[in-house]
Every structure is written in structure tokens, then in C-alpha cells.
Design a protein around this ligand. Structure first.
Ligand code: CP
Ligand code: NVA
Length: 335
């Protein structure tokens, strides 16, 4: 299998085998890192990471993964580059691909990362768009496989804003891996029909199901994993907080919700999370709407069933695998 030169824009762009290969390589890199084995293979490559939205995990994962592989990194944010305001995405891509061997982009529309990829002669990796968060889904499935020992036949329930970027990529990844997927959220926040149909066709081929529901009882005795994400994503209108809270409060992941799932079920969250009042946004929402915790209660977040920090660590191992497989040709990889 050779992923050399490929972009990483959506989970749906890859076959089950290719995604499994990425997971296997992530595991290998994690073992090497834990064993303190040097893998600075590529001192002659550099990457650019472009962020039009803020980030902790994704930025740090790309940087650490690049350093671990021996590469140089340039971080650009909207105030530090011409992209968008003085220079088009297409021109930016053409300039950066003369200087760098790979480009990461986090920002708004999926069309932007696609334009970047079309105009770039080096691999482009999607670090989150309004529609997709594919590197997140890889890390989540790595965490699930570590915990359960397999992926096929597991049931992942995404509860909350079930049409957001993270939910979309998890639905695609579930379909590809043969895991059942339940999107559980209010009618108004259901995933798009076109994407559901595409994922459903893939899931069926892999012996899995996709369920779209607003009924939390759909989780009863079924879910191996309960997953949620913040109720208002980056780039969305802050005025929407009130509406989102009233739509999503019935879908808060609390112990009662966890206990609907299988007794051995785990909790995952891409993070950042509003599970207490230790954030400025959390305190602001508390002041306006009186909530102490939002999409997940502190009790669940801090419980033994919560694997959110393993999941956060796995962002780095999976991103390293994606870069390694797309940036280096067979000879380089075997060297
Ligand atoms: N989960 C995730 O993408 O986190 P960051 O926004 O911190 O990168
Ligand atoms: N849905 C969230 C994910 C953050 C990692 C957002 O887009 O803000």
C-alpha cells in the first residue's frame, strides 16, 4: 500500500485498508515513542501549518510529530500571513509548495482546504474545517481499538450537535471500519442527508448500521462509546448560545446517559470541553444562562470511563502516521 503524495482531506477519500494502515502505523509510532526510540528520519523536510481558527491539540500534535520525525515547522495564523486578505488561497498554495514538503490547514469551509490541495504540489492535511475533522476521527478510533481490542461491531453514539465537523468524520470513519454509528441529537441538528446516505451505503457493505435519531433511548444497552462535543463550534455565531442550550440540554452526557449505554462503555470527547467553570466561555455562559456544566458533566468527564486524555495524546501519534505515509516515498520509508 502506498499513500505517498496523497492529501488527507476527508475520511471518505480513503479505503478501509488505507485507514487501517494509518492506524497500524500510529500504533507503531506510539510504541517507538514510549520506548524512547529515535525516529528523526527526515531532517531535509519542512512543513507549514496554517491556522485560521485557534487550536491546542492539533497545532501541538503537528509540531511535535514533525519534530519527532526530524522535520522543521512553520506555524502561520491569520495575523501572521497574507492568506485570505492579501493573497488568494490558490496563490498561497503555490508559494508554500515551493518552500515546504507538506501543508496543514485548519479553518472554515471544506472548499478552502480543497482549493489549497488542488493548487499545491505537496500533500495537504485537513486540521479541521466547518464540515470535517478527519485527523480527530483517526485518533478516536485508535483510542477505541486500544481499549476494546477491535473496531468491527462496536457501536459509537455521538450525542449532541450531530451535524458538526467531528460527528461527520466519526460517521464516515464508523462506516469505513464497520462500526455501528448512532447520531443522537435534536431534529434541527441532524447530519446532512447526502452524507448520511453515502456513509450508510459504505456501512452496509461493512455489515454496520447508521442510525439518526432524536431519541436518547436509542442508546439503551447498545452503545460501547458515548461521544460528545461542544454545543457551539468555532466560527459559529455566539448569539446562538441560548438556542443551542435549549436544543441540546436534553442531550447532555451525564451519568444517567452513560448508564443507558453498555456497562463497560467509555466516554470520548475531542476537547476542549465545558465540563466546569474553569474557562472564560464556561463562566460567561454560566453568567448568562446559569449552567454549571454543558455538553458533559464533570462527574462523567472525570470518571474512569472517560478516556479523553488518551484520545488527546493519540492525536499526535495518528497525525505522525498520516504525515509519514503521505510525505515519504517507499525508499525513504524503508530507509
Ligand atoms: N480536538 C481538537 O482539534 O483540539 P484543538 O482545537 O485544540 O486542536
Ligand atoms: N466542533 C468543534 C471541534 C473542536 C475540536 C469546533 O469545530 O469548534
Amino acid at each position: 500500500m502506498d499513500l505517498y503524495g496523497r492529501d488527507f482531506l476527508r475520511i471518505l477519500d480513503f479505503s478501509e485498508e488505507e485507514l487501517r494502515y494509518m492506524l497500524a502505523m500510529s500504533k507503531k509510532f506510539k510504541e517507538m515513542k514510549k520506548a524512547g526510540q529515535n525516529h528523526k528520519y527526515f531532517p531535509n523536510k519542512n512543513i507549514a501549518i496554517l491556522f485560521e481558527k485557534t487550536s491546542t491539540r492539533t497545532r501541538c500534535s503537528f509540531e511535535v510529530a514533525a519534530y519527532d520525525l526530524g522535520m522543521g515547522v512553520t506555524y502561520l495564523d491569520p495575523t501572521g500571513s497574507q492568506m485570505g486578505h492579501k493573497e488568494s488561497i490558490a496563490d498561497t498554495a503555490r508559494v508554500l509548495s515551493r518552500l515546504y514538503q507538506g501543508i496543514e490547514y485548519r479553518g472554515f469551509g471544506q472548499d478552502i482546504v480543497e482549493t489549497l490541495a488542488e493548487n499545491s504540489s505537496v500533500p495537504v492535511w485537513n486540521g479541521l474545517t466547518d464540515e470535517c475533522h478527519p485527523t480527530q476521527a483517526l485518533a478516536d478510533f485508535m483510542t477505541m481499538e486500544e481499549h476494546f481490542g477491535h473496531l468491527k461491531g462496536l457501536t459509537l453514539a455521538f450525542v449532541g450537535d450531530a451535524r458538526n465537523n467531528v460527528a461527520n468524520s466519526l460517521m464516515a470513519m464508523s462506516a469505513k471500519m464497520g462500526a455501528n454509528f448512532i447520531a443522537c441529537g435534536p431534529e434541527e441538528l441532524k447530519p446532512g442527508e447526502e452524507l448520511v446516505n453515502e456513509c450508510r451505503a459504505i456501512a452496509e457493505e461493512n455489515g454496520a448500521t447508521i442510525t439518526i435519531t432524536s431519541d436518547i433511548h436509542a442508546l439503551d444497552g447498545k452503545a460501547d462509546v458515548i461521544y460528545t462535543d461542544i454545543w457551539l463550534s468555532m466560527g459559529e455565531d455566539k448569539e446562538k448560545w441560548g438556542e443551542r442550550i435549549s436544543q441540546l440540554q436534553p442531550y447532555q452526557v451525564n451519568m444517567e446517559m452513560m448508564n443507558r449505554a453498555k456497562p463497560e462503555s467509555i466516554f470520548l470527547h475531542c476537547l476542549p470541553s465545558f465540563h466546569d467553570l474553569n474557562t472564560a466561555v464556561g463562566r460567561d455562559v454560566n453568567e448568562k444562562f446559569g449552567l454549571m456544566e454543558m455538553e458533559v458533566t464533570n462527574e462523567v468527564f472525570e470518571s474512569e470511563r472517560s478516556l479523553v486524555f488518551d484520545e488527546a495524546e493519540n492525536r499526535m501519534h495518528t497525525i505522525k502516521a498520516v504525515m509519514f505515509l503521505t510525505l515519504f516515498n517507499k525508499e525513504e520509508r524503508n530507509a
